[in-house]
Design a protein around this ligand. Structure first.
Ligand code: PLP
Length: 462
């Protein structure tokens, strides 16, 4: 983490310059007294970045790794526009507004005037905004009833993405993490309700668990909360963290009710830079209606001599990601998105079936919800672990992460594959063939690998 645990060494990192043929020093801690010039700097830095993994072979990330060339050009063209300068760049602001409307319609927000929502730097910021609105609304309800407001809590599965725990810590809310247990690897309706009480600001339901791509049962959770309200009077809203699923379900599972069709869903976020098909970082937050977003959280910025409401944690950020999102909506249309997501889904299911065929593996999910699946080794395998399989695949360039589930199921370690646009059936078959070869080699070990014996739990978070 640069800046947090930062090595303060002096000097530079030696690098061979192709431009001058000489050895030059890349700065690592101090600003160089004299620069090497634009051409040389470009050459040196782009060479150094070759050490990163190949984005296309990165099956770990949910984030977009390939966009059409024209989109990339449009992004470069608009990188100099500051999203917050609505007054100077009214057309970029208008494009953001159109995107919010398009997304709100995709998620079945009640028809009305303009949708209530905004672009963000990603789902993390969008989650902070959605959860803040829940906290503010809960506090207003409690104050109005003359009840204490000092112990808010938020109910969510222990499989939540780290941004939810961040929200709770930063905004002083108790994180009520419902443990994963047995085969229940995400939040279920019955257990969500058990953790709710009068201090619950909301329930976070995830459309697309980062651990295995499974969808949490938003409708069943809402029904159970309806029943709780009928029984006790407690009215607990839901925020759906649809970071990935928000741009998948509307296209390939249109009948699944997870969005504003459910009255209890107050707000939804998604990452434009995941299945929204845009390079990082853009996210979206949308509220059911104005009533779901407390007025006190909204600030006015000046806009064409008038005012425009904004709600964000950041101030300045580039307009390019929002413009790129609009480009993708315009160029692909609903049908284009549906075709791409269906293709990813078909590849994910093909891969999952192929992995299940390889013998020592057991599927934890099948790629039928998000185009993402996780698989574990059979319990009988004791010479190597999923972490060794991950290392072996990396030798071939494939980045397939291995990680353990949260407490209560830390014993369950899996490999996870995220299929995104840009993956082909040909690549999938190559991956299956490499996995088969590596697994056969590992299966021939006559004793456990040393790191397997140490048995350490390795963490991985995405
Ligand atoms: C990726 C993800 C996030 C964080 O999203 P960013 O866009 O990377 O900030 C939050 N929740 C879920 C479920 C995710 O998959």
């Amino acid at each position: 983490m640069a800046g947090v645990h930062h090595k303060r060494g002096h000097g530079g990192r030696p690098a061979a310059s192709r431009t001058s043929g000489l050895d030059v020093q890349l700065p690592v801690a101090e600003m160089p007294a004299r620069g090497v010039g634009g051409e040389e700097a470009y050459d040196l830095i782009s060479s150094e970045l070759l050490l990163d993994g190949s984005a296309r072979l990165n099956l770990a990330t949910f984030v977009t790794t390939s966009m059409p060339e024209r989109a990339a050009r449009l992004m470069a063209d608009t990188a100099d526009k500051n999203m917050i300068d609505k007054d100077e760049y009214p057309q970029t602001a208008e494009i953001e507004r159109r995107c919010v409307n398009i997304i709100a319609n995709l998620w079945h927000a009640p028809a009305g005037d303009d949708a209530t929502g905004c672009s963000t730097t990603g789902s993390s910021e969008a989650v902070m905004l959605g959860a803040m609105a829940l906290k503010w609304r809960w506090r207003a309800r409690r104050r109005a009833a003359g009840l204490p407001t000092d112990r808010p809590n938020l109910v969510m599965g222990a499989n939540v993405q780290v941004c939810w725990e961040k929200f709770c810590r930063y905004w002083d809310v108790e994180a009520r993490l419902v443990p994963v247990e047995g085969d229940m690897l995400h939040l279920t309706a019955e257990r969500a309700v058990r953790y709710c009480d009068e201090n619950t600001i909301g329930v976070a339901a995830i459309l697309g668990s980062t651990f295995d791509g499974s969808y949490e049962p938003v409708k069943a959770i809402a029904d159970a909360l309806d029943e709780l309200e009928a029984r006790t009077g407690l009215d607990v809203p839901i925020h759906v963290d649809a970071a990935s699923g928000g741009f998948v379900a509307p296209f390939i599972q249109p009948d699944l009710e997870w969005d504003f069709r459910i009255p209890r869903v107050a707000s939804i976020n998604a990452s434009g830079h995941k299945y929204g098909l845009v390079y990082p970082g853009v996210g979206w937050a949308v509220w059911r209606d104005r009533a779901a977003l407390p007025e006190e959280l909204i600030f006015d910025v000046s806009y064409l001599g008038g005012h425009m409401p904004t709600f964000s944690l950041n101030f300045s950020r580039p307009g390019s990601e929002v413009v790129a999102q609009y480009y993708m909506f315009t160029s692909l249309g609903f049908e284009g998105y549906r075709n791409l997501q269906q293709h990813s889904s078909a590849i994910a299911q093909h891969l999952a079936a192929g992995v299940a065929d390889i013998g020592p593996y057991r599927l934890v999910s099948s790629g039928r919800e998000l185009p993402v699946f996780a698989f574990a080794l059979d319990p009988g395998v004791d010479r190597y672990t999923v972490f060794d399989v991950s290392d072996r695949l990396r030798e071939r360039g494939w980045l397939v992460p291995a990680y353990s589930y949260p407490p209560e199921r830390e014993d369950l370690s899996v490999l996870r594959i995220v299929v995104r646009a840009g993956m082909t059936f040909g690549m999938a078959d190559q991956l299956l063939s490499d996995l088969r070869t590596k697994t056969e080699a590992l299966s021939k070990l006559d004793r456990p690998l040393p790191e397997t014996m140490s048995g350490g739990v390795r963490a991985f978070r995405h």
